[in-house]
Structures are given as C-alpha cells and as structure tokens.
Design a protein around this ligand. Structure first.
Ligand SMILES: NC(=O)c1ccc[n+]([C@@H]2O[C@H](COP(=O)([O-])OP(=O)(O)OC[C@H]3O[C@@H](n4cnc5c(N)ncnc54)[C@H](O)[C@@H]3O)[C@@H](O)[C@H]2O)c1
Length: 220
C-alpha cells in the first residue's frame, strides 16, 4: 500500500480520491472533469498541495536550480493550473470559492527559505488577483496562512528546532496548531457566512505572526 492508498483508505464514505500531480496540467484537467462528472458542479477548490524538501533549506546561492523549478511548479504553478480548469465551471454556475493555502512565511521571512517563502508570498497575490478578476462573476478567492501545524511537513524541522515544546513556546497560544484547525478556517471561509470576504488572507497561527519576540520583556 503506497501513501496515496493509505490516504484513500482513511477517507470517510462518500469522499472520492483522485490521484494526480498538481504540477501536471493533464492531471489537473482530469481532476476537475472527475469532480464535475461525479457531482455536476465544483463549489470549492482548495489549493493545498505544496512541498518544502529538506534540500531547500539553504541560502539562495546554494539553491539547486532543479529544486527551485520543482517548487515553483508545485507550490505556485500547480495552484494556477487547478484554478484555471475549475474557474470556467464556476463562471458558468456564477458561484464558487477558491481557497489557496499560503503560509506565515508568505508574510515574514527567515534564513534558508529562499524558495518556499517567496513562492508562498506569490500565493497571496494569486489570491488577490483572481479575487479581483472574478468578483463580479460570483467567485470568491481567499487564502489561509497557517502558522506551525502538526503535519508530516514540519515533523523533521520541529526536531531540528529543539522539539515541539520549544517551537510551541514561541506561539502566544503556547502550542502549535492541528490540521483540523486549518480545515475549520477553510470550511468557514468557503461558507456563505464569509460571503463578503474575497481577495484577502486569514492567518491561522496562534498569534505567532503578531508577536515581536525581540521586543517582549517577559519570558513566555
Ligand atoms: N504544516 C505547516 O506547519 C504549514 C505551515 C504553513 C503552510 N503550510 C501549507 O499547508 C499546505 C499543506 O501542508 P502540509 O503541512 O499538510 O504538508 P505535507 O507535506 O504534510 O502534505 C502535503 C501533501 O501534498 C501532497 N503533494 C505534494 N506534492 C504534490 C503534487 N505535486 N501533486 C499532488 N499532491 C502533492 C503530498 O502528497 C501530501 O499529501 C501546504 O500548502 C503548505 O505549504 C503548512
């Protein structure tokens, strides 16, 4: 059983799973066609698939060009490929929501993230540009910028940064986030309760982004 089979096996009844590489336009076209054939509509597209390989944690002058190209292809172009096939369906039905998963690193930076950070910042601008472009056609576009969330992507870096407790302590809420907390934000932004929200971003980060650690006189 490979990782995709494992993911498919964990899905609740009624959820369908389509294999694909989001950097491949045919796969994106197929995924959208599958959704339309199965359900007749696409109400929500969540652009979530992204990579941050360990080899990308280097200063920009050491960044292998092939890795840069791959990260752009998945983390940036992939979002556009899925959107450009879903948007014609949403335009036809005059409704739809696109949620781009960005990152706290789209707003602030650090050492050794010369690809991930700038490309995540570009996800914010995809959100603004598409949001403005399609606003009069019933399509809303928003992004969510997670802080540190307990997923396989961060497990290796958590260990390198002194463990989860150390990283958790940097967050004003005193813990890292759970994937369900990002899902809840995506669900709310996709709902009609968020009908006046488009072309903007929501940081879901336990207060991390607002906290100027250098200026805080009290240990947390
Ligand atoms: N975990 C965090 O702390 C954190 C923080 C900020 C932003 N994010 C963002 O949240 C999103 C989800 O990240 P995660 O932490 O769950 O990462 P993850 O590595 O745990 O999971 C990423 C998923 O994307 C899939 N994927 C990767 N490349 C793909 C491709 N080309 N085509 C199709 N699927 C592909 C992987 O199979 C995996 O299931 C990403 O956009 C990431 O940048 C995560």
């Amino acid at each position: 059983m490979d990782v995709n089979d494992e993911a498919a096996a964990q899905l609740p009844d009624g959820i369908e799973f389509v294999y694909g590489d989001t950097s491949n336009e045919d796969d994106c076209r197929n995924a959208v066609a599958f959704a339309v054939e199965s359900h007749g509509t696409i109400d929500v597209l969540v652009n979530n698939a992204a990579i941050q390989p360990k080899a990308s944690y280097v200063p920009v002058h050491e960044m292998p060009k092939e890795l840069w190209d791959r990260m752009v292809a998945v983390n940036f172009t992939g979002y556009t490929l899925l959107a450009r096939h879903a948007i014609p369906i949403m335009r036809k039905q005059q409704s739809g929501v696109i949620v781009n998963i960005a990152s706290g690193q789209a707003h602030r930076t650090a050492r050794q993230v010369p690809a991930y950070g700038p490309i995540k910042a570009a996800n914010l601008h995809q959100t603004r540009q598409w949001g403005v472009e399609y606003a009069r056609e019933g399509i809303r576009v928003v992004s969510v910028s997670p802080g540190c969330i307990n997923t396989p992507m961060v497990h290796a870096t958590l260990a390198e940064q002194g463990g989860e407790a150390q990283v958790a302590n940097r967050h004003p809420l005193g813990r890292i986030g759970q994937p369900e907390e990002i899902a809840a934000a995506v669900l709310w932004l996709s709902s009609d309760d968020a009908a006046f929200i488009t072309a903007t971003d929501l940081e879901v980060d336990g207060g991390l982004g607002a906290f100027a650690a250098f200026a805080d006189p009290y240990p947390m």
